[in-house]
Design a protein around this ligand. Structure first.
Ligand code: SAM
Length: 257
């Protein structure tokens, strides 16, 4: 079955970028099943209100747990008020993803993990965020809830984060990328290194030339050169990644770099 992705947001149009490029094609080909829902569909008042002032005071508005509860019960396919759920059987591994700058940091490991799920529901916050009881409630109800931050900065809403998470996850779904080898040795892959720099034709451009080994056709030397470049680049740009490297991943030639 395709990876099912449901996004709940007050700005459904924001997610239209996912109709483009590889993710759009994957959806068109049925490799992923992407559905976007307007949170306001679960409001019942004339103004379609989704927010209220923060308890305890302070600036801004907070998204209401009752509206989110109705939306997520339905999208997660859970029973509401004794009525049978609209979805027939809940899929095998379902994850409720809640983007928030206060969450655990989303990494390539997280993307790999989520790509193994059957159903991801992404709840996009706005304003000062979603009432904290929503995450608490679904966790207590036995739902796997992941509060994820895409980095140490604050966005206006969860939609951009949802796009980032979906793109990083969906490209790991088999068949989405034309060349499955592309995802094996990338930056942040298991090797724990940044990828080596890449080059194409023309060989000389504005008097700049890549390492001539890349032109020699000796695959062993090309691999060694790229590995050296990856190690150097990681050491210079991301010393934190070098510190986390598993020494078992390094060979004698690596140590010389
Ligand atoms: N008051 C919140 C705080 O300081 O933690 C920030 C709320 S932010 C203005 C509104 C929404 O944007 C959040 O509910 C979340 O959905 C999303 N968001 C903002 N920054 C994010 C980040 N770094 N990663 C993931 N989602 C983020």
């Amino acid at each position: 079955a395709p990876l099912r992705l449901d996004v709940v947001t007050i700005f459904p149009d924001y997610l239209r970028v996912l109709n483009l490029s590889l993710i759009g094609r994957a959806a068109a080909e049925g490799l992923i099943d992407l559905r976007v829902h307007d949170l306001r569909a679960w409001t019942h008042d004339r103004h379609r209100t989704v927010d209220d002032t923060p308890l305890g005071g302070g600036p801004g508005m907070v998204m209401r747990p009752d509206v989110w509860g109705l939306a997520l019960d339905e999208v997660l396919g859970r029973e509401e008020e004794g009525r049978p759920a609209t979805a027939p059987e809940p899929p095998r591994r379902q994850v409720l993803v809640m983007p928030t700058p206060a969450g655990e940091v989303f990494t390539q490991r997280t993307a790999e993990d989520l790509a193994g799920a059957d159903h991801l529901v992404l709840a996009c916050g706005r304003y000062e965020g979603i009432d904290a009881r929503v995450a608490e409630h679904y966790r207590e109800a036995g739902v796997e809830v992941r509060e994820l931050s895409i980095g140490d900065y604050v966005l206006n809403g969860g939609e951009a984060a949802a796009v980032v998470i979906i793109e990083a996850v969906a490209r790991l779904v088999p068949g989405v990328l034309g060349n499955p080898g592309s995802v094996v040795e990338e930056s942040h892959s298991r090797a724990g290194l940044l990828e080596h720099p890449v080059y194409t034709r023309p060989v000389t451009w504005r008097s700049l030339e890549p390492d001539p080994v890349l032109l020699g056709g000796d695959h062993g030397r090309v691999a060694r050169t790229r590995r050296d470049q990856a190690l150097l680049r990681t050491a210079v740009r991301r010393p934190d990644m070098v510190e986390r490297l598993d020494p078992a991943e390094l060979d004698a030639a690596d140590r010389a770099v």
